[in-house]
Design a binder for this molecule. Structure first.
Ligand SMILES: Nc1ncnc2c1ncn2[C@@H]1O[C@H](COP(=O)(O)OP(=O)(O)O)[C@@H](O)[C@H]1O
Ligand SMILES: [Mg+2]
Length: 222
């Protein structure tokens, strides 16, 4: 599904060059749930962003299906990100001025081949139902709990039926009960739809329930 080939990444900082990823090789299979763990600063988020087509590596490749992600032009890569990938972040990254429903609709509207507004809306409602937010469509993010906001973000990630969902500390800002709800939901999504999950996490519960745990330290896999 996804192949990381000798990926390196550094930042040029006034204090000197920071080597963040030091040659990462990794294969992720279709339908897998992979947890990426390791200390803060190990490069986990950087690797996740690179795998998701959000941040270009200094060298190396990301192969998704038969495409070399960073050899595609920006438009084509954006299209893959929108149609094939979903993203879930620690702090949800919902648009504050929009309702839950509008936040979920947005990625579908970005696609030129989208159907009618009515069909997009109907689909968004189905997805919001699926994540347990039947009565919260018209709520704005600040009118929702952390757990509910993360469910909206999950619904937004699901609307275009992605092949891979990239999650960066998805339970990192939640109490243990809402966190468990989010993990249950992610696992159910994987089991029912066979969508691949790549989850950066400190959460033992996620690590335990994933198919494979990948440990990172100091820019390398260990
Ligand atoms: N934009 C940036 N400029 C300079 N250094 C950065 C930048 N982004 C991240 N870093 C550094 O890269 C390292 C890895 O960061 P990150 O991938 O966020 O680690 P993790 O997610 O494992 O905590 C850290 O030491 C961080 O300070
Ligand atoms: Mg991080």
């Amino acid at each position: 599904m996804l192949e990381v080939l000798d990926v390196e990444k550094h930042y040029d900082h006034p204090s000197g060059k920071i080597q963040v990823l030091k040659g990462i090789r990794l294969t992720i299979l279709d339908g897998e749930v992979v947890a990426i763990v390791g200390p803060s600063g190990a490069g986990k988020s950087t690797l996740l962003h690179i795998m998701g087509g959000l941040d270009r590596p200094a060298s190396g490749q990301i192969q998704f299906a038969d495409e070399d992600l960073y050899r595609l032009n920006e438009n084509k890569r954006a299209q893959i990100r929108n149609r094939k990938f979903g993203f879930i972040f620690q702090f949800y990254h919902l648009l504050p001025e929009f309702t839950a429903l509008e936040n979920v609709i947005l990625p579908a509207l970005l696609d030129k081949n989208v159907g009618s507004m009515d069909s997009v809306k109907a689909k968004a409602i189905l997805v919001l139902d699926r994540v347990g937010l039947k009565h919260r469509y018209e709520h704005k993010p600040h009118e929702l709990s952390g757990g509910e906001q993360q469910r909206v973000a999950i619904a937004r990630a699901l609307i275009n039926e992605p092949k891979v969902i990239f999650c960066d500390e998805p339970t990192g800002n939640l109490d243990s009960e809402s966190g468990k709800g989010v993990i249950d939901l992610l696992m159910e999504i994987n089991q029912k739809n066979k969508q691949t999950l790549v989850i950066v996490t400190h959460d033992e519960q996620i690590a335990k329930r994933s198919h494979r745990i990948i440990k990172m330290r100091d820019g390398k896999l260990v």
